[in-house]
Design a protein around this ligand. Structure first.
Ligand code: FE
Length: 384
């Protein structure tokens, strides 16, 4: 299959008029100009962008379903929803819950991963339950707990967890980074009121990631720079960004773009089951969430995840920060793939897996999504 008449934008290459050839699920050629011969199965992109498929490493749900539903039908809906927004790899993300409930989610996902129709499940992000009550955000406080090493080992032993968000308050002995190292999981600090100095202790143990940067963490005070200060100061620390212009306002997005090393910015949606749905009442981890004009909040006004999609995150960041589109695309593709060591995805290079998204050149609306060389989503006559 050849995808031609396209503007190719990725970490390794940008071609204003070019084409990509796919053979046996892999990218076999990337060429400037137009192909000499095209077949009926080839795709005329009509000037649209081709990006690497998006990678969303923090997403709870969408289209009415949630990771905690732990149900095959729900995950099928979620996988398809992700494809419809160009996401070819995602980490279903848990919320604080009982040990058994989280275990059940992990077992179901372990069964489904790599099954036909579920290929975009790339692993699991555990958000909690080892969090700081002071920064609980929209996580259900009933299930917030201190580290239970045995529980964590049992979850990690299933070999599906790729990432865990935790707070130092729940792990005063700094055991989580050590366990993560043992099981090949990436630790990330979030829902944490830690000081800059406390963060440095985790940094010394290899922690290089902050969950939904600025949200649910100690803020920037001129004598106590906290986790926000740590994320801005340490060039090698990756920061997750919810670029919906609600979780972070435009000034903060611009500040991050100005100060932060761009290769360490990772877009996430943190989307919940209300994403892709109408405004109304929804549920997150047993808490009631009200969505008004796409903003999801608890009754006390606390933001409760988002209704963001990845193509919108790229567009928002590009619009607000004026950083080159290629830099913004990297934050949705190359940067997370690099951080999590996801091989053969996140870039457009010969030999890589053909995980691609075709987006409208003006709006970035997702027109087609390709996973391992197969079309898994296409926008037809305005009907997704
Ligand atoms: Fe969170």
């Amino acid at each position: 299959m050849i995808l031609y008449n396209a503007h190719i934008v990725s970490h390794s290459i940008e071609l204003e008029r070019g084409y990509v050839e796919i053979e046996e699920g892999k990218i076999s050629r990337i060429t400037k100009g137009f192909p000499n011969i095209v077949a009926g199965t080839d795709i005329d992109c009509e000037g649209a962008y081709i990006f690497p498929g998006f990678v969303d490493t923090h997403i709870h749900g969408g289209n009415g379903v949630d990771t905690m539903d732990a149900d095959e039908k729900a995950f099928k809906i979620l996988c398809d929803y992700e494809y419809s927004h160009g996401v070819t790899t995602f980490f279903p993300t848990t919320v604080t819950a009982s040990f058994e409930r989280t275990m059940n989610v992990l077992k179901v996902l372990k069964e489904l991963k790599d099954k036909e129709g579920f290929e975009n499940i790339g692993g699991v992000h555990l958000e909690g339950p080892f969090l700081d009550r002071k920064k609980v955000g929209a996580q259900n406080p009933s299930f917030v707990s201190s580290l239970d090493e045995d529980e964590l080992r049992r979850w990690f032993s299933l070999k599906i967890v790729k990432s865990i968000t935790y707070a130092l308050a729940a792990d005063p002995e700094n055991r989580i980074p050590v366990l993560c190292e043992e099981y090949g999981v990436k630790p990330s600090i979030g829902h944490s009121d830690a000081t800059f100095e406390e963060f440095e202790r985790c940094y010394a143990l290899g922690v290089r990631h902050l969950t939904h940067f600025c949200n649910g963490m100690s803020g920037l005070h001129h004598r106590h720079v906290g986790l926000v200060g740590a994320g801005l100061l340490y060039d090698d620390v990756y920061v997750e960004i919810i670029a919906d212009r609600v979780h972070l306002n435009d000034q903060m997005l611009r500040l991050i773009a100005k100060v932060k090393e761009p290769s360490r910015v990772i877009f996430i949606t943190d989307a919940i089951r209300a994403s892709g749905m109408k405004d109304g009442e929804y549920e997150l981890g047993g808490l009631k969430v009200r969505v008004v004009k796409g903003e999801a909040r608890l009754s006390d006004g606390t933001l409760a995840g988002s209704t963001l999609t990845m193509e919108k995150a790229v567009r928002n960041y590009n619009d607000v920060t004026k950083l080159p589109l290629r830099t913004c695309v990297d934050a949705a593709t190359y940067n997370p793939a690099e951080f999590y060591g996801l091989k053969n995805i996140g870039d457009i290079r010969v030999g890589m897996q053909a995980d691609l998204v075709i987006c409208d050149a003006q709006t970035l609306k997702v027109l087609k999504t390709i996973k391992r060389g197969n079309i898994v989503f296409q926008w037809i006559d305005g009907v997704p």
